[in-house]
Design a binder for this molecule. Structure first.
Ligand code: SF4
Length: 420
């Protein structure tokens, strides 16, 4: 089934392409294409050049968790000895792999796999990991590769204690890019397609341009964009960065939002319904995504700024590997505290936020451990109040709705006092 982009809504176009990508991943092996499971911030341009079908376990974790279909997968990982202290994305993916292995062995999908809603996905022929978000991701993909006895391509990205990214860090990473090329040639048994790689780089920049356009619309006051939708559309920028589909969906969405703003239609309807503007720092709570969004709306708080979606603002010069290395290294989770705090200040200021909500993510230590200092840094600079809540991006056991609501109401009181 084809879609008429001009006559469809951005959401319909989004659903269409996401469905298409999933179908492609399901039929890749039948078509003689290899399947790679990749970290969400590994450079997808390489696999695109080799016509490899890429599956993103972090996206699976978000999608399965938001439908609350991942409990069986987390339990499967626990039975294999992966404890609750580990990242829930990793546990989700290891449980998923285990279920797919059982499907292959017994010929039918176990119940936990059916509940996850992604029974058609194939096991990978190799995995591709890049530790520019954390080192847990490295061990997670190594575990997948070891269990499945398949190759693991690793991009080792040094942590940036100072910014901008040093020349030796860029050179170290750019040299590894050449090694990725050699490994892909061995795995795919064909020469690397440099022209397709260049086109994938160009397309990535076109997609990222539209992504930044969308994100900037949340900065308008009043805003036509509810920042929770930014988290929702993150799926396409992860899965389709080097594909035209990414650009098409995001351009459509940005155009729609522009038209809404021009027509006086805002995220919460009337302009006055947006009472407070809030920055969200940390991952989304996918198992309670709707509840958190609803609670924001009930308190008149608009999610106007967020750090995580900005990780996909990967901007570089196509054809220039050092520039590409710098972009993939500059992910804010891969940078020292002063840069992270400055980045947070920039988001708060650009989005005209009056408060910040920090998600203390049980399984994502790297995202959470600088929250307190970051909060105080911004408050010293701008006087913006903040609050915290406990949660997890993919484990439903950690979050409580009552705590979230109380903390958000407490923040709205602080914002109200500051306004008066
Ligand atoms: S620990 Fe955090 S950054 Fe690392 S894979 Fe898990 S969610 Fe992502």
């Amino acid at each position: 089934m084809k879609i008429n982009v001009g006559e469809s809504s951005a959401e319909e176009v989004l659903d269409y392409y996401l469905h298409q990508i999933e179908e492609e991943a399901g039929s890749a092996h039948k078509e003689g294409r290899l399947v790679c499971w990749s970290a969400a911030l590994a450079p997808a341009e390489f696999c695109e050049a080799m016509d490899v079908s890429v599956v993103y376990p972090e996206i699976h974790a978000a999608v399965f968790a938001s439908g609350k279909g991942n409990t069986g997968l987390l339990e499967a990982a626990a039975r294999k000895g992966y404890g609750r202290g580990l990242c829930s994305c990793a546990r989700n993916s290891i449980g998923f792999m285990e279920m797919l292995k059982q499907r292959t062995a017994f010929g039918s999908a176990p119940e936990a796999l059916q509940e996850s809603g992604a029974a058609r996905v194939s096991l990978p022929d190799f995995v591709f990991v890049c530790n520019n978000i954390c080192d847990a991701v490295l061990k997670w993909y190594e575990a997948l590769a070891r269990e499945l006895a398949i190759p693991c391509i690793i991009l080792d990205v040094p942590y940036n204690h100072t910014m901008p990214v040093s020349r030796h860090n860029k050179e170290y990473l750019a040299a590894q890019f050449l090694d990725v090329v050699k490994k892909l040639e061995r795995i795919c048994k064909k020469p690397f397609d440099y022209e397709k790689f260049y086109q994938a780089q160009v397309q990535t920049q076109r997609t990222v341009y539209q992504w930044k356009r969308v994100a900037a619309l949340a900065f308008r006051k009043p805003s036509p964009l509810n920042g929770f939708d930014l988290f929702k559309y993150m799926e396409i920028v992860v899965m389709c960065r080097p594909k035209m589909a990414g650009e098409i969906v995001l351009r459509k969405f940005a155009d729609e939002l522009e038209a809404d703003a021009a027509g006086g239609r805002f995220a919460y309807g009337e302009a006055g319904e947006e009472k407070y503007r809030v920055t969200w720092e940390g991952n989304a709570v996918w198992p309670f995504f709707n509840l958190t969004g609803r609670t924001f709306k009930e308190t008149g708080s608009l999610l106007a700024g967020a750090g995580v979606p900005g990780m996909w603002n990967i901007t570089y010069i196509p054809g220039d590997l050092a520039s590409m290395a710098e972009a993939y290294s500059s992910i804010y989770l891969n940078c020292g505290a002063p840069y992270r705090y400055e980045e947070l200040c920039r988001i708060v200021e650009s989005s005209q936020s009056e408060g910040i909500v920090f998600h203390i993510d049980h399984s994502c230590k790297i995202a959470s451990f600088l929250h307190r200092e970051g909060a105080e840094y911004v408050q010293d600079r701008n006087g913006v109040p903040f609050t915290y809540f406990d949660g997890d991006q993919a484990d439903p056991e950690v979050f409580t709705g009552a705590q979230f609501e109380n903390r958000l109401r407490e923040l709205t009181e602080k914002m109200e006092i500051r306004k008066s």
